[in-house]
Design a protein around this ligand. Structure first.
Ligand code: HEM
Length: 478
């Protein structure tokens, strides 16, 4: 019988071919399983990526509306992009905020632009992790604990009252935003740190702040160059202050128990727990963290009150009730601030609609797996406040101003103007007191209205009212 040898060969080789074929399939499946799935999104042009789109939207204070939201629509709540030279994953939503913020030090670490690190100082709290971070949080936390706050309240009251008496009394028109900036600056320096504000200090600090998010290019005349020069001036001034304080403390003229944050930091220095540079970098950082954030929060609270007369009426009544229980000229106490529940709801709602901080950057310190996607090690992660604050899922009718929504429990990590996790704002309590006390004295002493109700809010990189929010004022007592 004729036997086709090719058939014989085929039947002999068949099991071998089958084994090779199935092994190939298995290998392919394994590889696919190991292959990491990056989040969807466009990386834009080589190197610059989508930086221009990001900055243009930011300048118009439309970062969420023009940059983030269209990409959420196209790619979903977690998308990749490339900004400022770094591949970046933008995450939105309470679950994603929680995942990223609570995994600080484990999966991610805080990641500030080079210009911010150079100007704030490489030894400031935002650059620290583990023990040093815990130590600095402890020092700030003790100063802002209940006993510390009790002492702070009358000091803040005196600062606000003095400021209004010397700068608003007899005036018809003032810049609300400028006032809040001057006040928050002196409150951080004098009430929290215990350092006297000297003439010109605010301007020098403002020059540093102007460069904090500008490109770290040091050519004469550039923002960053000016900021670096201002930082040197500040350093010289702070070195003198810190050494004087150290001498006083070593000679037992002053104890760390005077409650002031600078004394506590200098005490740590004497004990060898922190260096002089760490003290100085953290003083600069605290001013940066407190200044523009609290100022814009107060300004937007007033803007919302002007636009919502019913809310203003209710808030005013809260303060009149508190005032009626005080003797003439008596300062507020911490207990009085606890009776400002509605005012705090108004301020919180203003910060929900206009969060002073858009969000912030982290860096993945390992490959991160989240919802079936991989954020590769070394990539940046940007979490946002707007991603939850403007989302119907967390806040019903999100674009309406409704302070009473804070009577209900809010899902954790949905309301995040102060961030969350181990890096939750360390000055939250001070910011709250600053806002409540300022509102109290203004609304009980003055009638006021906005001169430009439609004034645009710009961003550079924090939001601010473009005209300084001028208001017409008239004293209630003349
Ligand atoms: C309305 C006012 C304020 C807002 C909206 C605000 C917001 C924030 C946010 C969002 C963070 C977290 C940043 C991140 O996760 O990368 C933060 C951190 C921080 N804030 Fe505030 N802040 C305010 C006022 C203040 C004040 C008054 C102080 C100090 C006296 C302060 C001190 C700090 C510090 C030291 C950190 C760093 C915490 C750390 O790294 O552990 N903040 N703030």
């Amino acid at each position: 019988m004729f036997v086709d040898t090719s058939y014989v060969l085929l039947w002999t080789l068949f099991p071998l071919i089958a084994v090779v074929y199935f092994s190939f399939l298995r290998h392919k499946k394994c590889c696919n399983r190991d292959k990491k799935v990056l989040p969807p999104g466009d990386m834009g042009l080589p190197f610059i990526g989508e930086t221009m789109e990001f900055f243009n939207a930011q300048r118009r204070n439309q970062l969420f509306e023009e940059f983030v939201e269209p990409r959420i629509q196209k790619h979903g709540k977690i998308f990749k992009t490339r900004i400022m030279g770094s591949p970046t994953v933008v995450v939105n939503g309470a679950e994603a905020n929680k995942f990223i913020l609570s995994n600080e030090f484990k999966l991610v670490k805080s990641s500030w632009p080079s210009s911010s690190v150079q100007l704030m100082g490489s030894d400031c709290i935002m650059e620290k992790d583990s023990d040093k971070h815990r130590y600095l949080r402890g020092v700030i936390g003790t100063t802002l604990g209940y006993a510390g706050l009790e002492v702070l309240v009358p000091k803040i009251c005196s600062s606000v009252r003095f400021y209004l008496a010397t700068n608003w009394k007899g005036q018809e028109k003032v810049s609300l935003y400028h006032s809040t900036k001057v006040l928050t600056f002196s409150i951080v320096f004098e009430c929290l740190l215990g350092i006297n504000v000297e003439p010109g200090m605010l301007d020098t600090f403002e020059r540093v702040l102007e460069g904090v998010f500008s490109p770290a290019v040091e050519f004469p005349g550039s923002k960053f160059w000016r900021a670096k020069k201002a930082r040197v001036e500040i350093e010289k001034m702070l070195i003198k202050v810190v050494r004087k304080k150290r001498k006083e403390m070593e000679e037992k003229l002053l104890s760390k128990e005077n409650g002031m944050l600078l004394s506590r930091l200098v005490h740590g220095m004497i004990q060898g727990e922190i260096s002089e540079k760490e003290v100085i970098d953290n003083v600069v950082l605290l001013v940066f963290a407190a200044h523009d954030t609290t100022s814009i929060a107060i300004a937007m609270t007033f803007k919302m009150l002007a636009q919502n007369p019913d809310c203003y009426k209710k808030l005013l009544q809260e303060h009149v009730d508190i005032l009626n229980n005080k003797k003439c000229g008596e300062n507020l106490t911490i207990e009085d601030t606890k009776n400002m529940n509605y005012t705090w709801q108004v301020a919180r709602e203003s910060m929900r609609l206009f969060p002073p901080i858009f969000g912030s950057f982290r860096k993945a310190i390992t490959d991160i797996e989240y919802e079936g996607l991989t954020i590769p090690r070394g990539w940046k992660v940007l979490w946002t406040t707007y991603g939850t604050h403007y989302n119907e899922q967390y806040f019903k009718d999100p674009m309406s101003f409704k302070p009473s929504r804070f009577e209900e429990t809010i899902q954790p990590y949905a309301y995040v103007p102060f961030g969350g996790g181990p890096r939750l704002c360390a000055g939250y309590q001070l910011a709250k007191l600053n806002i409540l006390i300022f509102v109290h004295y203004v609304v009980t002493q003055y009638d006021w209205f906005l001169l430009h109700p439609e004034e645009p809010i710009t961003m550079d990189p924090l939001p601010f009212p473009s005209l300084g929010m001028p208001i017409r004022i008239s004293s209630k007592y003349t």
